[in-house]
Every structure is written in C-alpha cells, then in structure tokens.
Design a protein around this ligand. Sequence first.
Ligand code: PCA
Length: 214
Amino acid sequence: MKTVLITGFEPFGGEPVNPALEAIRRLEKSTIGGAQIVTRALPVVKDKAISHLVSHIDEIRPDLVLAVGQAGGRPELSVERVAINVDDYRIKDNEGNQPIDEAIVAGGPAAYWSSLPIKAMVEAAKQGGIPASVSNSAGTFVCNHLFYGLMHHLAKKEAIRGGFIHIPYLPEQTVRNPGQPSMALETIVLGLELFIKAALKYREDLKQSAGTIC
Ligand code: PCA
C-alpha cells in the first residue's frame, strides 16, 4: 500500500486557526485512492519547518508528499507550480524571524518545479465541482520556504514525488478579514481528496494550458 504524507501549517499572523491544519486533521488515518494518509503539523518558522518535514519524510518514507498552507485572499484551491530560492518575509514568522532577500539554500538552484501532476490535479478538483487553479507563485514567506526545502530534499530521492497546495481562508476567518474570499472546510477537504487521488493516478501531467498573460 502506498503512503501519502500530508502536512499542514500551524496558525500564524495573528489568526487563531490555520485552515491547512483543520483540513489535514480531517484526513488523518484515512485511505484515499488506495493509499494510507499520514498527517503532520508543521511550525511556521524558517528552517524548522524544513527540518521537521525532512525528519517526518525519513520516519514515514512516503511515496507522495503534499504540503498545505493558508493563502488568505485567494478564492480557490491553488496547486503551486514552482518554489523559488528566496526568503523575503513581509511579516515575522512564529519565532520572530524576518529575513529579507536571503537564499533558502546558499548556492542552490534558483527554483525547483513541483513534481506533482499539477494540471491533472486542478482538473480533477474542477470536475468534482471544487474551484481550483495552478499558481505560479507560492509567495516568499514560510510556505515557499518549505516548498523549496521539500523539493531540494526530494531532488536526491527521485522515488518520492511532492509539492505544495495553498488553500483559502475558512468562512469564520473573514470576520477578522472582511471582504476576503473563503471556502468551507468540507469543500477544502473534498478538494484535497481529489488532489491526492489525481496525484496517485497520474505520473505524467496533462498537456493542457493553465497559463496566464501577465
Ligand atoms: N501560509 C503561509 C505560511 C504558513 C501558511 O499556512 C504562506 O503562505 O507562506
């Protein structure tokens, strides 16, 4: 049986919840697409997020790793295409770090691609009635940091595929963030299940445009 490690970040930026953590809690110990799901929470802290994830990968030895984070302001689930080698934090992380224009891995490549079938995943969510899109930027905060660290680690382990998913606020978070889009937890969880099934099913991605013009 295959194993999927799915991680979610702890709350940050003054929010009492992180939808990523709430969503992965609903998936713990389930079986999706014939694979065993294992979940882990990660700290929103530079370097620690990566080192915790790497030790979870070494312990669990998954076939697939999906890291999930909150993207407040985005209206749909987004499957990230690329991680870039820079930390440029607009706010402090949960331990007060605020690097500006620092490399995540000194001397590392400028970027790593997700090794997930990102378009097949987006298509599967949309077919299931869940709004989803490919995103070309995971930002420059701890989510991009973790995504880069994950792909840097997996670059030496070709058998394990991985990538990053951003999800919107939960409806209750818009009380503190008025006017921002949100998505019900049940919808997010269903979308993640469809993503996992598609990621297990497709080794080659679909050849269809999900590009943007500026
Ligand atoms: N979102 C932040 C970090 C943790 C999270 O859930 C981000 O997008 O960088």
